[in-house]
Design a protein around this ligand. Structure first.
Ligand SMILES: Cc1cc2nc3c(=O)[nH]c(=O)nc-3n(C[C@H](O)[C@H](O)[C@H](O)COP(=O)(O)OP(=O)(O)OC[C@H]3O[C@@H](n4cnc5c(N)ncnc54)[C@H](O)[C@@H]3O)c2cc1C
Length: 403
């Protein structure tokens, strides 16, 4: 079967892919988007999770701004959004802003053939496209500490591998990490009947403050609120991701690491304290698979201890690495220029391969912390769409080809 060449193939139907599709369709481009809508939120986050971002920082983006979260879900001040509500919102957004351009098919490979991107779908279909945008989200970049590498998946997993906290009821589980994902996973597992301890290198766990509904003028001037939290730096990183790109690499990487760094949400603290055992200032040195897992630990004084547990979950975050974008065929992946492991991107999110764009977490080393969160999808969708329109609808547009 000869499949018509399309303008834009978007891989991934999370907040970034869906928002970009909405903008690109509105601009009159011939778009197909591939992936199960909100799959990562429906399958790779724990049932019962609440969003850490405020509702106002959790809008998907369409050009007319008709389909923001508040058009779907009414919320009261300070009420966190349940993950189930947010996933349903993404599906609602898809129906209204993306419609039939979405195909719930996974893309197994992306290569280059005759100057076009060639996508292979699980159905076996080949889709030729003039441009491709990878909106793959966080799943390809799940990071596990090397000390857990030798353990088999029955006893050692990543926090993104789990949907059902109740699967651990009655078991002894150790969660490694100190960020929201670690603290919330631990709490949900414990509330579902597991016996849970947290292991963290830090000496104290950080918790966010309860946001005050009414603030004085002075406090609003001193620390204005933004989608990335309070304070002028957060305002800058959330409102000016385009400017972040011009900062030196070391500064960008510092900002990405430290903005909204590991800390638990204010609404989680009491539940966590009630349910979870904590070992702080503790380093995980090694792990052995026995009848369960034996963890070798070292405390702040350098003293070694061991802990036996049935299962260990690495809630140790995500690290962008071009080498882990497995769907890119090797030659294409090799052509994506990087700084260290991070892709180098133009101001329009384009890699060094003309027409190949990366949005979402993969763009955070370039555009800063907003790209780690839903709040960055408006900027990314607009920028990429403008570039695609210029490229595809400009005077040099190539004629439609078939392969
Ligand atoms: C536990 C957890 C909690 C979070 N909480 C918040 C929060 O409260 N607020 C916030 O703003 N951000 C939060 N984040 C960050 C959040 O992941 C991003 O904001 C958001 O998901 C970015 O959207 P995205 O479209 O880039 O990625 P994703 O939502 O991950 O979407 C990418 C999609 O691409 C799909 N995909 C990947 N490969 C393929 C393929 N080959 N073919 C087809 N489809 C593919 C995936 O299945 C996935 O559905 C959280 C992250 C985690 C891990």
């Amino acid at each position: 079967m000869r499949t018509p060449v399309i303008d834009v193939a978007i891989v991934g139907a999370g907040p970034y892919g869906l928002s970009l599709a909405a903008h690109a369709l509105d601009a009159g481009l011939d778009v197909r988007i591939f992936g199960r809508p909100m799959h990562a939120w429906e399958r790779h986050m724990p049932r019962g999770m609440l969003l850490k971002s405020e509702p106002d920082a959790s809008h998907l983006s369409d050009p007319a701004r008709r389909y923001g979260l508040d058009a779907f879900h009414r919320h009261s001040y300070g009420d966190p959004v349940p993950v189930e509500t947010f996933a349903a919102y993404g599906n609602w957004f898809r129906t209204r802003a993306v419609g039939g351009a979405l195909e719930e098919s996974e893309v197994t490979a992306v290569g280059l053939e005759d100057g076009l991107f060639a996508l292979t779908l699980t159905s076996g279909e080949f889709v030729p496209a003039r441009t491709a945008v990878l909106a793959l989200g966080f799943l390809p970049f799940a990071h596990r500490p090397g000390s857990l590498a030798a353990l088999p998946p029955e006893v050692s997993t990543h926090s993104s591998d789990h949907r059902e906290p109740s699967a651990f009821a009655g078991r002894d589980v150790t969660v490694v990490g100190a960020g929201q994902s670690a603290l919330e996973t631990a709490t949900l597992l414990a509330e579902a009947g597991a016996s849970v301890r947290i292991l963290a290198r830090t000496g104290t766990l950080a918790w966010n403050d309860v946001p005050a509904e009414h603030r004085s003028m002075m406090s609003r001037i001193r620390a204005p609120r933004s989608a990335l939290g309070s304070g002028w730096p957060s305002v800058a990183w959330s409102r000016l991701p385009g400017a972040v790109r011009y900062l030196p690499e070391a500064a960008r990487s510092h900002i990405v690491r430290t903005t909204l760094g590991p800390a638990g949400s204010w609404w989680l603290r009491e539940r966590f304290d009630r349910a979870v055992t904590v070992a702080l200032a503790t380093r995980l040195m090694a792990a052995e698979h026995r009848d369960g897992v034996r963890l070798h630990l070292r405390d702040a004084t350098g003293t070694g201890t061991t802990v036996d547990t049935e299962h260990v979950i690495a809630a140790t975050g995500y690290r962008v690495d071009v080498a882990r974008i497995g769907i890119l065929r090797e030659d294409l992946r090799g052509a994506v220029a990087s700084s260290g492991a991070s892709p180098r991107l133009t101001r329009a999110f384009e890699t060094s391969v003309p027409g190949l764009h990366l949005v979402g977490l993969a763009a955070a080393p370039t555009f800063g912390p907003a790209m780690r969160f839903v709040c960055g999808c408006h900027f990314a969708a607009r920028r990429v769409t403008r570039e695609l329109v210029n490229r595809l609808r400009g005077p040099s547009r190539t004629a439609t080809k078939h392969i």
